[in-house]
Ligand binder design. Sequence first.
Ligand code: HEC
Length: 439
Amino acid sequence: MRGVILALLTPTVLTLGLAARPIPAASDEYFALSGHGGPIMGIAVSPAGRIATASFDNAVGLWQDETPRWLDQHRAAVNCVLFVSETELISGGDDFALVRWDLTTGTATQLEGHAGKVKALALSPDGATLASASWDGSIGIWSLTGGATQFLRGHSGAVNDVVFSDDGTRLYSASADGSLRVWDVATGQEALRLVEHGFGINELALNDVAGWLAYGAVDGGTRVVDPVSGNELADLSLDRRPILALAASNDGSLLAVGDGEGYIMVVDTATWRVLRDFRAAARGPVWTLAFSPDGANIHAGGLDDTLHSWPIATIDEHGQMQTTDRSFLADPDAMPNGERQFKRKCSICHSLTPGSARKAGPSLSGLFGRQAGTVADYTYSPALDKTALIWTAETVDALFDIGPEHYIPGTKMPMQRITGAQDRADLIAYLRAQTAPKE
Ligand code: HEC
């Protein structure tokens, strides 16, 4: 269904009394764009702030004021979209095709040559060359001014993302083969294998001026490296996986990370501190992110067919932070080790206060001395339900020394070990302090 609703998501925002309205020009308030008939897989923002969406429903939506324009040409899901100018768009889809849209005349031109899904697009800084990342393992280099098309080959797996350097001479590519490579655009040759991550890399975001390149991977790895040397500058991994979306604000001061668990994390790139971390999707992943031109809002697409645009500065004041756990906002280096262990490895699934909330695991409140599998508001697996085990420092230590799947065979707690004895001891000390019943 493609009716057009500019709807507001939560009751807290509804109290602001906003009805259907144009997309805010100075975007510092929450808004939503509904109308697509499937999840939003890609978002593009023009310099003037126009928004285009690529959807699983095979259409590209062009959002302007209250009336979106539907661009129908793809024969399958559309994954990515990019503004070449205010009057020209390019999209790529599961039909292996790129479509170039002239928004003034309404003409759509198909660009063919890929033998696999087109997952991402990048425009050279001079606007003359387009790069496409494809699951056929190649990178398409398309001249937008009439020159020849080339395909760069070398990756041994699907190519998931591409980005040009500021001077347009280098192209970075991320692949399911686990590597992040650098290509010489003039010769079409691979110049450097910058990162071997081991797990597939999904996403890239580059700020050449500031000298950083961020990547996000299927294993949850979220790292920032020097774009020339590949040296690691920051590790933002939070044990959430997979990382599905990365976006940098136009001025490069903010990096947004979206994951398979529906969270959006906004990071200050001067200090690599987490500024905001909130659950944006009640269910399912964040597939795509893009900042408004002024960096005030982060636009996100997920499973619910709607683009949600979150005002970064006020997100928590409006009660939008659906996670009550603000601790990601603290500086991880200033955190004691036990707390850091918990934040990174456990907090995504466990609360420390009574009530298991919407988390995947039971509340750990009052853990020590408690019989395993007895939190009333939680549905355990048969393996853990009211077993004879009592949680103590020793049993929690053993749980993560040998791993849950060995300690309690059949548990639905995911495989994970904490191999450092000191890390386990610090974690347990932290849990003891935090889970003790409060008067
Ligand atoms: C991805 C989610 C996830 C992560 C991460 C996770 N857990 Fe769990 N945990 C679970 C689930 C699910 C259960 C319930 C398992 C069952 O019913 O078999 C559980 C159960 C437990 C239990 C048993 C609780 C009880 O009431 O018997 C303890 C203790 C525990 N987890 C501690 C931790 C600690 C400490 C960490 C971090 C090192 C951690 N968990 C990380 C999902 C997770």
